[in-house]
Design a protein around this ligand. Structure first.
Ligand code: NAD
Length: 335
């Protein structure tokens, strides 16, 4: 099976590529990544010499560069490539529209032209907007995105859906809750807090810290996408989540406890604009229909994750200093 993975140098994409090459001998992967600030090839150093893996540095909007890749024959597209940070989308929405919506449409068009067997769009629970104190997002909950990030992801989902309805393209859309685990860019809650705590810096927590997210260990997200690729019913959407609702302040306190740091490091800061209060996923469809079962419970997953960042401080330092961005020119010279 020849997989075209976009955005594979990012947090989830790099975990996914490692997972697929480890779990399956019949999978070849081409990774298309523009290597934005969030793309880190160090995340893929364990697979870069694997014969079944190839990196092509390009933008998913670059149809001319992508055409020869599609014409080689691609079985499945898994589209992770996106601008993914809500705070950045508030400061500069343009690039979110370009990468997340227009980029998705560009590769949809190529997938249609070259008759790929399936297009899997990796989406997010944030497209559903926010919940009150009770209730869960189900696959047919209305789309009500509140940030430019989630609006751009919802726009992409609708295009994917339209290519299925109009052109009969075989597709699936997955909508997962917040991921945590190794290789996450330290602008996101968990690695940011770990990094600051290790340096005895303040831990900035938005508003009252009571916003709720539903956390899933990244490898469990990867195993769910793997199932959807192989068994997902054509045209269907699958919610993915682990029933691990935690307030942001709970997450931060766990990190401080694990690192033996005082709670006085917590600093409540002005809330994010349009900050969604609560996300919670009903993942019973993928559990029942595809037999998906997450392996990690939150308490052990979060501890394992904290240990990973502790054991990989050099990785963190290179991300922080910007040195990770030289990896491509050093290791892919002449590529
Ligand atoms: P990330 O920001 O860590 O990685 C994104 C990757 O996409 C980077 O390698 C970047 O270089 C690449 N990229 C960005 N724009 C590109 C473009 N125009 N062309 C080619 N490559 C481009 O993101 P992530 O956290 O790994 O998320 C991956 C996907 O999963 C995203 O689509 C996101 O919406 C979705 N998602 C993320 C979460 C989460 O908790 N992180 C949860 C659910 C869904």
């Amino acid at each position: 099976m020849k997989l075209l993975v976009t955005g594979g140098a990012g947090f989830i994409g790099s975990n996914f590529i490692q997972y697929m090459l480890r779990e399956h001998n019949d999978v070849d992967i081409i990774n298309i990544d523009r290597l934005t600030y969030a793309g880190n090839l160090e995340n893929l150093s364990t697979v870069e010499k694997n014969d079944r893996y190839r990196l092509i540095k390009t933008d998913i909007n670059d149809r001319v560069a992508l055409e020869p890749i599609f014409s080689e024959g691609i079985d499945i597209v898994v589209n992770f490539a996106a601008e993914s940070h809500v705070d950045r989308s508030i400061l500069d929405p343009d690039v979110f529209v370009r990468s997340n919506i227009l980029g998705t449409q560009t590769i949809l068009e190529l997938a249609k032209k070259y008759n790929v067997q399936k297009f899997v769009q990796v989406s997010t629970d944030e497209v559903y907007g926010t919940l009150g104190e009770s209730g869960l997002f189900v696959e047919d909950s209305p789309l009500a995105p509140n940030s430019p990030y989630s609006a751009s992801k919802a726009g992409a989902d609708l295009l994917v859906r339209a290519y299925h309805e109009t052109f009969g393209m075989p597709i699936n859309i997955t909508r997962c809750s917040n991921n945590y685990g190794p290789f996450q860019f330290p602008e996101k809650l968990i690695p940011l807090m770990i990094q600051n705590a290790l340096q005895d810096k303040n831990l900035p927590v938005y508003g009252d810290g009571l916003n709720i997210r539903d956390w899933l260990y990244v490898e469990d997200h990867c195993s769910a996408i793997d199932l959807v690729i192989r068994q997902g019913r054509n045209g269907d959407i699958y919610n993915i989540g682990g029933n691990n609702e935690r307030t942001n302040i709970q997450v931060v306190r766990t990190i401080l406890q694990e690192l033996n740091k005082p709670e006085t490091l917590i600093e409540f800061v002005q809330d994010r604009l349009g900050h969604d209060r609560r996300y919670a996923i009903d993942a019973s469809k993928i559990r029942k229909e595809l037999g998906w079962n997450p392996k990690y419970d939150y308490e052990s997953g979060i501890r394992e994750t904290i240990r990973w960042y502790l054991n990989n401080r050099e990785w963190m330092k290179r991300v922080h200093s910007g040195a990770y961005q030289q990896y491509y020119s050093k290791n892919y010279a002449g590529a």
